[in-house]
Design a protein around this ligand. Structure first.
Ligand code: AMP
Length: 177
């Protein structure tokens, strides 16, 4: 296997960021290696060519990096799911729980339409709260969530369980909290 395809080796672990106890999985180190970044996009492209989709929803902010690259590669619409207050048009919003308090995510209400087959894309699946809120937004617009895809998954945080009913696909798993 070429070194660039060993994706786990390109993801830097930053202990205690943004706060003590968190093992932050930093994908910016992967982005510095064009062959590794291309391998991520090519792998997703092969999967969603076989399992057709109509649009990609990327999650603020690192989901924009992978989501827009995949949209370009597949010539599909890209829809940003943004933090509350950032999108200029008419939006719909969903709240989700953080460790302390809640946050809100939004999409433009005309970005998707009923019947579209949509892929959710983000850099990392932890507890699944963020992706679940985005899935609800997509479903509220009448579109179908075909799958939620991630470069990294942290299985001990049980994100798949929270996303029950939504297929989940990830490229790299780290067995840490
Ligand atoms: P969650 O809603 O718990 O699944 O958290 C997922 C979101 O938080 C993603 O957008 C990630 O970018 C970010 N995130 C959560 N935990 C980590 C981590 N350990 N390393 C890097 N990003 C993380």
């Amino acid at each position: 296997m070429p070194a660039s395809m060993d994706l786990a080796a390109h993801i830097r672990n930053v202990p205690d960021f943004p706060k003590p106890g968190i093992q932050f999985k930093d994908i910016t180190s992967l982005l510095l290696v064009p062959d590794a970044f291309a391998h991520v996009i090519d792998t997703f492209k092969a999967r969603y060519t076989a399992q057709p989709i109509d649009a990609i929803v990327g999650i603020d902010a690192r989901g924009f990096i992978f989501g827009s690259a995949l949209s370009y590669a597949m010539h599909l619409p890209f829809v940003p799911a943004r933090k509350h207050g950032k999108l200029p048009g008419k939006t719909i919003e969903e709240s989700f729980e953080l460790e302390y308090g809640t946050d809100r995510v939004a999409i433009h209400d005309d970005a998707l339409h009923a019947g579209q087959r949509v892929l959710i894309l983000d850099d990392l699946l932890a507890t699944g709260g963020t992706a679940l809120a985005v899935a609800r937004l997509i479903q509220r617009l009448g579109a179908e969530v075909v799958e939620a895809a991630f470069v990294v998954e942290l299985p001990p945080l049980n994100g798949r369980k929270k996303l029950e009913g939504i297929p989940v696909h990830s490229l790299v798993e780290f067995m840490v909290d």
